[in-house]
Design a protein around this ligand. Structure first.
Ligand code: ZN
Length: 241
């Protein structure tokens, strides 16, 4: 069983009726509903309005993959929570930051760069699968279209990804590395660009399937953290006399 924790800022859905219409129970519940249909995936939820943002050390220790959606309140997530999550990711937990989570404290801490990009509302996106042999691309067509999506454009200030699985092309002319992987310590990370709150992007079957594939790819074989220790051991054998 893969234990997934979906964290959502959960503000737009409560403040903007047009967003609530698309996601009446929140973006997290919409993604979770799809993932829960897989009997090998167990989903829990957390949001900014919960105590400690709904995140505890115990909960993270029982989590295999953390999905994150944030936009307007990145700074409301405490540095303590960011450290808790980053430590667990380094210790082996998978991490899937979505859309505007490129500017979350957690993703920026893991990248060590600004994670800045170009953006513009109201565009059309064609997502190209540029690594069809990757597990996250399983069952995904060569390309598919999102009729309405926010444009995210290059240059995207991230460290060179380990793999680029998807590229986005926008009708305004820009291109973007829309699906990229990283590793930090034992943790596998998949950043996925689609998901602007004003458009029904998480109702798209391919987008949901990619997130489900990413959950399976990012899940560690064992749940316990294996943090790399900083020690100064005695040598195992005699070296220099
Ligand atoms: Zn957006």
């Amino acid at each position: 069983m893969i234990n997934v924790l979906i964290w959502n800022e959960f503000i737009h859905e409560k403040q903007q009726p047009e967003v609530a219409e698309i996601y009446p129970k929140g973006i997290h519940r919409q993604i979770g509903k799809y993932l829960s249909a897989d009997k090998n995936i167990s989903v829990r939820y957390a949001s900014l309005d919960m105590e400690n943002c709904g995140i505890t050390k115990e909960l993270l220790e029982d989590t295999d993959v953390l999905i994150w959606w944030g936009h307007q309140a990145h700074d409301k997530v405490s540095d303590d929570i960011v450290k808790l999550c980053a430590d667990r990711i380094n210790g082996g937990m998978g991490f899937i930051p979505l859309h505007s989570s490129h500017h979350s404290k957690l993703f920026k801490a893991l990248c060590g760069t600004s994670c800045n990009l170009k953006w513009r509302h109201g565009d059309r996106e064609r997502i190209w699968c540029v690594n069809p042999f990757h597990p996250i691309a399983k069952g995904i067509p060569e390309q598919f279209e999102l009729p309405r999506e926010e444009m995210y454009g290059e240059p995207f200030d991230i460290p060179n990804p380990e793999e680029v699985v998807f590229m986005g092309w926008f009708s305004g002319g820009e291109v973007f590395r829309s699906g990229v992987t990283f590793r930090r310590g034992g943790g596998k990370i998949f950043y996925f660009q689609p998901g602007h709150e004003e458009y029904p992007v998480y109702h798209n079957e391919n987008v949901l399937k990619i997130i489900a594939n990413a959950v399976k790819w990012a899940a560690p074989e064992a749940r316990e953290s294996k943090n790399i220790l900083c020690t100064n051991p005695e040598p195992l054998e005699k070296g220099l006399e």
